[in-house]
Design a protein around this ligand. Sequence first.
Ligand SMILES: NC(=O)c1ccc[n+]([C@@H]2O[C@H](COP(=O)([O-])OP(=O)(O)OC[C@H]3O[C@@H](n4cnc5c(N)ncnc54)[C@H](O)[C@@H]3O)[C@@H](O)[C@H]2O)c1
Length: 452
Amino acid sequence: MNDMVKTFNGVPVPAGEKIRFADDGAPIVPDRPIVPYIEGDGIGAEITDQMRRIVDAAVKLAPRGDKRQIVWYETYAGDKAIKLFGTPLPDDTKAALDEFGIGIKGPLATPTGGGMRSLNVALRKHGDYYQCVRPVRYYTGVPSPVKRPQDMDVVIFRENGGTDDLYAGIEFEKDSPEVLEIIALLQKMGFTVSEDSGIGIKPISRRACIRIIRSAMEYAIKTGRKVVTLVGKGNIQKFTEGAFVAWGFEYVKEAYADYVITEEDLWSKYGGEIPEGKILVNYRITDAMFAEIIARPSKYSVIVTTNMNGDYLSDACAAVVGGLGIAPGANIGDRGALFEATHGTAPDIAGKGLANPSSILLSAVEMLRYMGWNEAAEMIVAALQNVILDGIVTGDMARLLTNVKGVSTSEFAEAILAELGKPARRPRLTLLGRVVAVIRHLADRLERFDVR
Ligand SMILES: NC(=O)c1ccc[n+]([C@@H]2O[C@H](COP(=O)([O-])OP(=O)(O)OC[C@H]3O[C@@H](n4cnc5c(N)ncnc54)[C@H](O)[C@@H]3O)[C@@H](O)[C@H]2O)c1
């Protein structure tokens, strides 16, 4: 602890150790890592508190639980930071995240149409967390708007570095001197631009594209996923989205030559079956992908895309499996990561004890996996699944189900705590249900790799 700064935002650093990073960016995690957390606005405090209780209990129950413990360290952003320090994002908060290399946060409010820029975007940009990783899978019992939500099991890699796409924040207001200058320049170049326009600029850099595509490929190789889909509106935005796809294919064919097969190879050389040890890299135009991911989700596994596409696609996929209340989020860089609930501050239910803590809890699961504490992570996943199977859900889900009673945030957390350490249960099926499941399984196998 001697080499450590002793306070951030005036709060003493608790006794624990820092996560360090190997040369390849892999975290080296001590038994008592200091983990900064930001409660967040609105429902943030309610869900963050319950998440910490459950994570602590799971870590204790998991192997080495007598030695391992997360040393939580509160750091501030949003309304709480404004109250305490007069600013929504104190420099010390960013410094604490840099110092400890990891963090988890609740939602933060962002005004629409004016006022301050998003704190979430500022935090992601500061940490150069260029990978926004959104795993989307179904938990049996969660209400879904589609017939077979269980077919969705994708991991979305969204470019998140803050320098690219419309998220770079390069926007000019109608009638401003800058916008008039840009319009004049565009008109000089021969473009027709209406003079009453506001203008946003979309830079897409090769560097940002390659590093997010590399992250998606590395993930697919590490986890044995067999399809990586590049998504972009390349037919219309040729030098931005189109370039993302073109650079991506050029890069993967060279850097992952031993792994990559294209859709053309799949049919001309491999008869439609992805061979062992190979990864199918394909391309889908953004609008077609939205239709595909809802109509044929089982064809997709890892999706990699630019920032804005990824933003829309993540929420659409989350909706298929039951909404943002249950979707986790991870922002990962080469030297650190910030995990976060994917929904907003839910001001309509804040302070009422009604919020669903699943999103931040599953974000904590991603954090535990990132730390290599997989047993604690899987224990939480199993407990959450069991609780939902038992029909114990918060109001947002209860509204959409029959024969269940909505419980409060803390009752839901208590139910999860009671299930920790128990094996994951499977849904009970009737005889007819089992027959249908077998037929579906066989049908799935037959068309599994038919990606045409
Ligand atoms: N990552 C983030 O921090 C993040 C993400 C999205 C929105 N926001 C911010 O949150 C604020 C509110 O945004 P919004 O209203 O568009 O979206 P929202 O996600 O806060 O709420 C949309 C609806 O979903 C419900 N909801 C959301 N999370 C829930 C949960 N965990 N449990 C139960 N119900 C839940 C809300 O009650 C509301 O009805 C805005 O300031 C926005 O900028 C922050």
